[in-house]
Write a protein that binds this ligand. Structure first.
Ligand SMILES: [Ca+2]
Length: 432
């Protein structure tokens, strides 16, 4: 009978007190489905979903209670009718003055007393139930008010404590060139972009500005997304660089194809023992959507993680290396198969990626805590679906953290003395 309203109220209060951080940055007012509220500003439809989730249960509880009250009321009416009937017949029999009926009448009167007693008990039950109902109605009213307040709050644009820096540019290097000294969230507007968008810029003491494209760090964001989601980007940007995201294929296309100075793609990896390695690719480009966001680069520019984009000889097939190289591959998602495999790599592995047949590098793979996993862990398909960089760890080892970021080629080695095949450190970034 007790309605479980209290936890719901607590949930609302919790929602209220959550620190809201910047969600995707753009389209704040659009009702965009997000994975969960997390610690970010909830969307209006997120709230609506939340309300809709608990409402049916509450409605059902109230209906049940109403039914019980009705049943009790019916019983009471029935009993009252019976008592009236018995009173009448007793009175009639007394009136008739017949001795033969005297004992019977007296028994009936006892019955009347018993029924009256039971009516009193039922009335007290009804009274208690009414009190419960009233108190629940009051709680519901409070809840409604709270939800109205919440709705109003959510209609306001997210005023975050998140600081978005004012300097803008066509990419993070230009932002740094204009004097930005600290890493954080900046708006950039690539040459062909119709509007600016938010990115995380990693700016170091050498004045280098890396534009960060992808981040894995704790498995908090599900990377099993469809074509549109990979196109637009998903996950969360944070000024403290503590969240996971995919910036989006369209933005990567705009960023990587805008300049006469080609970009280097830098991939940084951290394993579960805290070891860090990197790989650089020269003349990195992501093609337009018409070409399925094809990945191209000129050559492996260096790094100590090895050239997994170039494919890997797993020993299964003489052509393994060419079947698993990524240069020139179009992007595939579970709902758009552009790979070189008869099946659907992206669907099997639950990710979006530049799939071949399928991969030796797979940074959007499933997040496996602790690193090591087996075909059994990989679920139905049983294929290697972790966060893989096969030239460092085996395909049955999933990385702890990954970063994909880009920088104009002429700046990549500034400050840290990195050369092709270079130094076993991420230069000048203060890894700790
Ligand atoms: Ca296929």
């Amino acid at each position: 009978m007790a309605l479980s309203l209290l936890p719901t109220v607590a949930g609302f209060v919790l929602l209220f007190t959550l620190t809201s951080a910047q969600s995707r940055g753009d389209n704040v007012e659009v009702c965009t489905q997000v994975d969960a509220f997390g610690k970010y500003c909830p969307t209006t439809c997120g709230i609506a979903d939340y309300l809709n989730r608990y409402k049916p249960a509450m409605d059902k509880d109230l209906n049940d209670m109403e039914e019980i009250l009705d049943r009790i009321a019916n019983k009471t009416t029935g009993a009252a009718e019976k008592v009236t009937y018995m009173r009448d017949s007793a009175a009639q029999q007394t009136k008739s003055g017949s001795d033969t009926y005297y004992k019977k009448s007296s028994d009936m009167l006892n019955e009347v007393v018993r029924f009256e007693k039971s009516i009193v008990e039922q009335e007290s039950q009804i009274y208690n139930l009414q009190a419960v109902l009233e108190s629940n109605e009051k709680r519901m009213l409070d809840l409604r008010q709270l939800s109205i307040q919440l709705e109003q709050k959510c209609q306001e644009p997210c005023k975050d404590t998140v600081e978005i820096k004012t300097i803008t540019g066509k990419d993070c290097q230009e932002v740094a060139n204009k004097g930005a000294k600290t890493s954080g969230l900046y708006y950039v507007k690539p040459a062909k972009a119709t509007q600016q968008f938010l990115v995380y810029c990693e700016i170091d003491s050498f004045g280098r500005g890396f534009t960060v494209l992808q981040r894995r760090r704790d498995g908090s964001v599900d990377f099993n997304k469809d074509w549109v989601q990979y196109k637009q980007g998903f996950g969360y940007l944070s000024p403290s660089d503590t969240t996971e995201y995919w910036l989006g294929n369209e933005k990567m296309h705009l960023l990587s194809t805008q300049s006469t100075i080609p970009y280097v793609l830098r991939i940084e990896l951290t394993d579960w023992d805290g070891n860090k390695k990197y790989a650089d690719y020269a003349m990195f480009k992501v093609g337009p959507e018409a070409d399925m966001y094809r990945l191209t680069y000129a050559y492996y520019f260096g790094g100590d993680a090895g050239d997994a984009f170039g494919g890997f000889d797993f020993g299964d097939d003489p052509s393994d290396k060419s079947f698993t190289s990524h240069n020139g591959m179009q992007f595939s998602t579970s709902d758009k198969d552009n790979d070189k495999f008869k099946g659907n790599c992206a669907k099997q592995d639950g990710s979006g990626w530049w799939m071949n047949r399928c991969h030796a590098a797979h940074l959007n793979g499933k997040y496996y805590r602790g690193g090591k996993y087996t075909a059994k862990d990989a679920g139905e398909s049983g294929f290697d679906n972790g966060i893989i960089w096969a030239t460092w760890h085996s395909r049955w080892y999933s990385m702890k953290e990954t970063t994909m970021k880009m920088i104009p080629t002429n700046r990549v080695t500034d400050g840290d003395g990195q050369q092709t095949g270079g130094v076993k450190q991420f230069g000048g970034l203060g890894d700790n």
